[in-house]
Each structure stands twice: as C-alpha cells, then as structure tokens.
Design a protein around this ligand. Structure first.
Ligand code: ADP
Ligand code: MG
Length: 249
C-alpha cells in the first residue's frame, strides 16, 4: 500500500499581486524521489517557497495536505516540525553562528529534544564523512566564505541531521562540479528511505543519473504540464521546453 506524504491539489499562489502557481497538482508517496524541471521563471522556487510557507507567497486557491493535514495556514516553523525541509537555491551566510551550533540548535528546535554537545558532535562527524566534508567546517561560520559547492553540501548535511519526512531540494546541484554532484547525490540517495520522500528541483540531467528518480515532472507557467520517468529529462536535454510552453509570447 502506498502511503501518501503530500498531496498538492489545484494550488494557486500569488506574490506581489502576481499569480505564479496556476493550478498545480502533485502527489508524493513515502519512498519516492520526484524531480521537477522547467524553464526559468516557471514557478519552481515559488512552489518550494509556498510549500514551506514563505510569508510573501499567498495561497489563493487549492490545498496542501501534508501527513493527512491541511497545512495551508501553518507557519514556517510548524511546517519544519511536521517534517518539511527546504534546501535553498541561494543559501544565506550567517556570520557569528558556526555550522555545528546552527545544526544543533535547529535539531533541538525541530525534534523538541535537547541535543547533548558530545553526542551531537559524534553524529555530525559521521554525516560529514559521508558527504566528504572536512570536519573543520563544523567550526566555521555558516556559509561564510563557503564556495558554491560547500554551501550546497552544507544544505544536504542539514537535511541528513534534521531528518525531514519530505525534503525539497531547490537546485542543490547548480554550480557544482561533477565530483560534488556525485557526492551530493550519494548523500541524497543514502538519505532516501521508505519513511521519507524527496522532491528535487533541477536544471541538469547529471544529478538524475545518480538519483534514479521515480517521477520527472515538467513545470511550465505555474502548472505541471507533463509527468514521466527519466526519459522525459533526456528529451528535455535534447529538445528543450518549447513543446510544453503554453504562452508562446
Ligand atoms: P523558477 O524557480 O522556476 O526559475 P521562480 O519561482 O523563482 O521561478 O519565479 C517565478 C516567477 O515569480 C518569476 O516571474 C519571478 O519573478 C516571480 N517571483 C518569485 N518570487 C517573487 C517575489 N518575492 N516577488 C516578486 N516576484 C516574484
Ligand atoms: Mg528557482
């Protein structure tokens, strides 16, 4: 029996009085890896932000059912506690806060359990090793002076520590070299289990070679216009999005 993690129904959203999502439907079950591709400005990051509860984006129609509950009006922090995670396309730098402190505080907040310094450090080291991150990163200020690849790895590290039920990765592969893509994909794949699901937003096929997604969706102009398997990503690589466009403007 498939167990649904999220059911997005007829989602319409608005930002600054402009409608971006225009009737988006998507169901994700436990154990699945889904990929969303689409041209620039299609609404991919908007979808990620709406799912996470970004205050600038308003839902004007439709529903987000997460763990059998409507979360349309739930605040960002509550969504995180329910098990939603978003890795940002452009991670922020936070001077003065170390990676380790940030992750330990986040984990305490989300799990409602105090994280002991030494026990936490042990887990952190294990996860960092898996991502081939030097342990010295734990003591550095969050994302400050990190290369693009290091920032992205740090996002994946955060995911493996927080253990969300649904992880949304917004272009986690952008700006990564081939080795970093392989390591990041390995981390994502290792995290994927029958207890969670992963939604990957990407422009590139490379990550799909490693991730072996169950479904690939094409998002154009605020809607999913086509769903298929990895072959769909190959087709996009060859032919682009032209045939899926609706506006032709
Ligand atoms: P994608 O991630 O698919 O490239 P986005 O979701 O980032 O696209 O953007 C979709 C559209 O929504 C774009 O036209 C963008 O300018 C607009 N948009 C997104 N966020 C905002 C915002 N905070 N304010 C105004 N416009 C926004
Ligand atoms: Mg985007």
């Amino acid at each position: 029996m498939k167990e649904k993690i999220i059911d997005i129904k007829n989602l319409h959203s608005q930002v600054e009085d402009i409608q971006i999502l225009k009737g988006l439907n998507l169901e994700i079950n436990k154990g699945e890896i889904h990929v969303i591709m689409g041209p620039n400005g299609a609404g991919k990051s908007t979808l990620a932000n709406v799912l996470m509860g970004h205050p600038k984006h308003n839902i004007i129609e439709g529903e987000i059912i997460f763990n059998d509950k409507n979360i349309n009006d739930l605040a960002v922090d509550k969504r995180a506690k329910e098990g939603l995670f978003l890795s940002f396309q452009y991670p922020e730098e936070i001077p003065g806060v170390t990676v380790e402190n940030f992750l330990r505080t986040s984990k305490s907040a989300i799990s409602n359990e105090k994280q002991g310094i030494f026990a936490f450090r042990k887990i952190l080291k294990e996860k960092m090793n898996l991502l081939e991150m030097d342990e010295s990163y734990a003591g550095r200020y969050l994302n400050q002076g990190f290369s693009g690849g290091e920032k992205k790895k740090n996002e994946i590290l955060q995911m493996t520590i927080l253990q969300p039920k649904l992880a949304i990765l917004d272009e986690t592969d952008s700006g990564l070299d081939v080795d970093a893509i392989r390591i990041v994909s390995k981390g994502v794949k290792a995290y994927s289990s029958d207890q969670n699901a992963i939604l990957v937003i990407t422009h590139y096929n490379k990550i799909l070679d490693y991730l072996e997604p169950d479904f690939v969706h094409i998002l154009v102009d605020g809607k999913i216009v086509k769903t298929g398997g990895s072959e769909l990503a190959k087709k996009i690589e060859e032919k682009g999005y032209e045939e899926f466009r609706t506006d032709f403007s």
